[in-house]
Structure formats: C-alpha cells, structure tokens
Write a protein that binds this ligand. Sequence first.
Ligand code: AR6
Length: 177
Amino acid sequence: MYIYNKTKINIIQGDITKMEVDAIVNAANNTLLGGGGVDGAIHRAGGPTILEQCKKIGGCPTGEARITTAGNMPSRYVIHTVGPVYRDGTSGEEKLLYNAYYNSLKLAKEYNLKTIAFPAISTGVYNYPKLDAAEVATRAVMDFIAKENFIEEVYFVLFNQDNYQIYKEILDKKLNG
Ligand code: AR6
C-alpha cells in the first residue's frame, strides 16, 4: 500500500467485479451498452439492472463519466467512463485518458463516495501502450488527490501480471522514492 496526501493507494491483481468498494470504474464505450473485456465482465456480474440504467443515460463522450448502481456486485456503484482508442499517440489520447480517470473521481466525489477501484482503462481492446497508460492513470489520480483531498482509498485492479508489475514500478518510483 502507498499513501499520498492521506489517501491510500493499492494495487491488486485480480477481477474488479469482486471489489467491495463504494464504486468500481468500468472501461466502457461511447454507447454504454456493454462490450467485451472488463465491460462485459461487469455487466455479467452485475446483472441486467446496469444495462437498463445505461440505456436511460444514453451514451457517454470519450473522457467523461456516468454512474449507475452495481446490481449484484459487492460494490455500491459503477462509474462508467470511456477511454480513448489508441491510434498513434498524437490524436489527443493522453488528455482523454487523463480525463477519464479525473472525471471518474469528480463523479465519485459528487456522490460522496470514498473508496474507488479502477481497471487499466484503454489497455485492452483500445490498445493504449500499458506503460504510458499507467503513467497517465497514476498522474491523474495523484493530481486529483492533491487537489481535492476527499477520496480515502483508491485501488488499481490489474487483471494481468504485466500490468501489475508496471503499476508497482511506477508507484514505487513516485511514492517510495
Ligand atoms: N477486472 C479487471 N480488469 C479486467 C477485467 C476484470 N474482470 N477484465 C479485463 N480486464 P478492455 P479498453 C482488463 O479491453 O481497452 C469493451 O468491449 C484488461 O486486461 O476491457 O478500455 C468496451 O465495451 C485490460 O488491461 O477495455 C469497449 O468497447 C483492461 O481491463 C472497449 O472494450 C482494459 O481492457 C474498451 O477497451
């Protein structure tokens, strides 16, 4: 565990649908109507009430975030955000990925949520290079924590061993250096 401005930051290797936190974050697409990867896992584990709420919301622009309840999962809410599709790195991807994390945290604060778990947004189907994505993810979260000092605990839940190692190295460098 790491601590930054009184907020605990944890990295976990595993399945985000199992997390007992106020909100888990979904790496969704613009339609919010489900898909593969972590999005598919969340809709499967949470059940149909999540899709019903997503249909009413009617989509989400890249870099923004929307919220639903978490259905059958142990968390209370799902914050659906949309990361960028990675093309060449010069199409605004970095800012959009940063915004996806930052706006998810802003929404968590609006709902008075204190514990939140993130997957490695955009690093699957959307093809964002893992190391660059982890740098952006940790920077956005730390910027929010530095500014807002509200969230009590952040989890980065990494599905794969390689992403876990990448986050560990980055956070060791940023917070244990
Ligand atoms: N828990 C945590 N992380 C997971 C899980 C899980 N259960 N399952 C996969 N991952 P991706 P993207 C990791 O492709 O790149 C969907 O179809 C996975 O290993 O889920 O943002 C949406 O509908 C990877 O590191 O999301 C969109 O169309 C990370 O989650 C599109 O994929 C993100 O991979 C979004 O693509």
